[in-house]
Design a binder for this molecule. Structure first.
Ligand SMILES: Cc1cc2nc3c(=O)[nH]c(=O)nc-3n(C[C@H](O)[C@H](O)[C@H](O)COP(=O)(O)OP(=O)(O)OC[C@H]3O[C@@H](n4cnc5c(N)ncnc54)[C@H](O)[C@@H]3O)c2cc1C
Length: 346
């Protein structure tokens, strides 16, 4: 089979909530977006069974249902959604040259990067099977489902501290397990969590690692297996006499060891990425907030926003990116029409 080579006015990378919102707006503006799904069609929301905080759904809505409705809405306005993982974008020429992992090549006048961020996970037994059934990577999203339960947060950085602090609203006790003695979190979070420790709402489990999560999709998390060793990194010393391995009862597990933004395909472009790989956009007030350092290339959703990382904020940024891209494409049209108008005047 020969590879496709085709020109599109606008390409959107990602069918998470940011990409699909961009697709709805771009479709309605007659920019005929081609929307590429990447490895995770529908994005992170497809990993959650219930979204209770997306406006407009007082009864809540399942993540996959919300995504399917948005897909339908985008297609209704002319968006074309296709399988395809962007491998690279060449911004040294215009139109942009977009290469997919299957060898297909597209050129496009404007590009919206809405490729999201993937939560890092531990890769331990039970984690995958119970993801969405008591194991979660998002306390803001899922904490309220486990009211009154004991909860375990895994991690030692700001995200873990923030999540542990947030979960005290719902949990009986929050246990924060970190594989080392020292925490990476900033003093601000260490102090805030320290107060909760004094009040008996959070318990710190230093030099402790989560080895396995036990339970079932039907009944959720039943208990976990932990390992503790005073010198840290206990999973690397399981055979040592000093390492204690034990079962521990909790009703939910929150893995908070960071996210990785999906931006490898932009590494050779002029798009500025921060130290951890998130796209830097212009931000601020007024138009073009989603513009990157490369004209015609815009960023939206969790691939830009390492802080809020919510469905509604990602959707908002997708909307902005489509409007910014539309402005850019209109300027391109005007610029192309000018020489023709001048010729007609001659
Ligand atoms: C378990 C869980 C539960 C959550 N629950 C809630 C909730 O209840 N409420 C809430 O507001 N938020 C929730 N969130 C957060 C929310 O899902 C994210 O903030 C939101 O999905 C971000 O949307 P996005 O479109 O920016 O990125 P993502 O959803 O991450 O989507 C990224 C898309 O880009 C694609 N992609 C990646 N790389 C490439 C590439 N190279 N080429 C083409 N495409 C690519 C992926 O395949 C995917 O389609 C939850 C998150 C998780 C993990």
């Amino acid at each position: 089979m020969t590879a496709t080579e085709e020109h599109r006015r606008l390409i959107v990378a990602g069918t998470g909530i940011a990409g699909l919102t961009a697709a709805i707006y771009a479709g309605r503006s007659n920019n005929d977006p081609l929307v590429l799904e990447g490895d995770e069609p529908g994005g992170q929301l497809t990993l959650t069974s219930e979204v209770e905080n997306y406006p407009g759904f007082p009864e809540g809505i399942s993540g996959p249902d919300l995504i399917n409705e948005m897909k339908e809405q985008a297609e209704q306005f002319g968006a074309e959604i296709e399988h395809g993982v962007v491998e690279s974008v060449d911004d040294s020429e215009r139109p942009f040259r977009v290469e997919l992992s299957n060898g297909d090549v597209y050129t496009c006048d404007a590009f919206v990067a809405a490729s999201g961020a993937s939560a890092r996970t531990l890769g331990i037994p039970g984690e995958d099977d119970l993801m969405g059934y008591g194991v979660s990577t998002c306390a803001t999203c899922d904490g309220a489902f486990f009211r009154g339960e004991d909860m375990l947060v895994v991690g030692g950085g700001d995200a873990a501290f923030e999540e542990a602090h947030f979960l005290t609203k719902f949990a009986d006790t929050v246990y924060l397990a970190h594989r080392r003695e020292e925490f990476r979190a900033e003093d601000y979070w260490i102090d805030k969590v320290g107060k909760k420790v004094e009040e008996g709402e959070i318990e710190l489990l230093r030099n402790t690692e989560l080895l396995e999560v036990h339970g079932s999709p039907e009944d959720g998390v039943d208990h976990v297996t932990l390992a503790t060793n005073e010198t840290g990194y206990p999973s690397e010393h399981l055979d040592d006499a000093e390492t204690e391995t034990y079962d521990f009862d909790v009703g939910a597990v929150f893995v908070a060891i960071g996210h990785t933004p999906n931006t490898e395909y932009l590494e050779d472009t002029g798009v500025e990425l921060d130290d951890t790989g998130y796209i830097q956009t212009r931000g601020g007030k007024g138009g073009n907030q989603t513009a990157t350092g490369v004209e015609g290339l815009f960023g939206a959703g969790d691939v830009v926003d390492y802080h809020y990382q919510q469905a509604v904020t990602a959707a908002g940024m997708g909307c902005k990116a489509a409007i910014d891209a539309d402005g850019y494409l209109e300027d391109l049209d005007d610029a192309a029409a000018e020489p023709e108008a001048a010729e007609a005047d001659d």
